[in-house]
Design a protein around this ligand. Structure first.
Ligand SMILES: [Zn+2]
Length: 295
């Protein structure tokens, strides 16, 4: 499943192909993906210019000149293929040969700049919607969504406000999309490790008695942003170096310090700990019991 940094990498890859261009033809090849397409989908998009391509959590948002926003979610296996000047690229991974339409090519956007953007999704957990710009924040997609972890909103103060009084384990609170939107399992494990916080510590332990953020709360906010920004940067550099890369970008695994490293030695200098796995809410948590003490 693409995590937030991969979605941001995809956004950056799509931006030059879409922004400032008009949709000249939109081909929708099935009535639904995870959900039905909105009514008159292609008709509402054709002829519109893409004013901007944004991202909110794991959603891509294309602002159309009609005042509607094309909302796109990649689900589990969605990806975009960009064909321009005879070459096909998949933002977030690389795809050298793309002859004709594949079975899983569900939407084909043709743009006035000559680019073709194809949405491919083998498992069809992705979806698309059209929402008026003025209603985007209150739409079903975003109404109960928490703050954006890559933005300036995430701070020690915000963490204190969101986590005050909560006995929920820190890991679960960080994965709660109603509090912070788009933080996935991998990046939460990494951020807790780098901050030296135990994943089962109560979320409220980051707030002192007067409601102020603890030092660890400030550190955690900075580290979450760093971990995500590093992953976006890794995706971006792989995009730039695509001539030497023929595999999938995947989950930037080379940079993980704890995720999926059960029984391997901790990478903190001088730490003799061993990375340990525990299961929280049905999902694996990886941590170092030496670096991440409970109190
Ligand atoms: Zn350690």
């Amino acid at each position: 499943m693409p995590e937030l940094p991969e979605v941001e990498t995809v956004r950056r890859g799509l931006e030059p192909a879409m922004v400032g261009a008009r949709f000249t033809k939109v081909t929708q090849r099935r009535p639904d993906l995870r959900f039905p397409f909105p009514e008159r989908f292609s008709e509402r998009i054709e002829g519109q210019e893409v004013k901007a391509l944004g991202r909110r959590a794991k959603y891509l948002l294309a602002d159309l000149s009609s005042g509607e926003v094309l909302v796109m979610h990649l689900g589990m296996s969605g990806r975009f293929l960009v064909t321009r000047d005879g070459a096909t690229r998949v933002p977030g991974e690389f795809h050298h040969e793309h002859g004709g339409l594949g079975a899983h090519d569900h939407v084909i956007f043709q743009l006035s700049n000559g680019a073709t953007v194809t949405y491919n999704d083998a498992r069809r957990f992705g979806f698309m919607d059209l929402v008026p710009r003025s209603e985007i924040e209150t739409s079903k997609h975003f109404a109960s969504m928490g703050i954006e972890p890559l933005g300036n909103e995430l701070s020690g103060e915000t963490i204190a406000r969101l986590f005050a009084g909560k006995r929920t384990p820190l890991k679960a609170a960080l994965l709660d999309q109603r509090l912070i939107a788009g933080l996935g399992n991998i990046y939460v494990c990494e951020a807790l490790f780098r901050t030296g916080l135990h994943p089962e510590a109560p979320a409220g332990s980051l707030v002192n008695k007067t409601g102020e953020p603890t030092d660890k709360a400030h550190q955690l906010a900075d580290i979450i942003r760093d971990v995500l920004a590093e992953a976006v940067e890794a995706g971006g550099s792989t995009l730039r170096d695509h001539a030497q890369v023929d595999g999938s970008l995947g989950y930037f695994q080379h940079s993980f310090r704890v995720y999926d490293r059960e029984n391997e030695p901790c990478l903190t200098p001088d730490c003799t700990g061993t990375i340990t796995r525990l299961v929280q809410s049905g999902r694996s948590t990886f941590y170092c019991p030496e670096c991440q003490k409970r109190s």
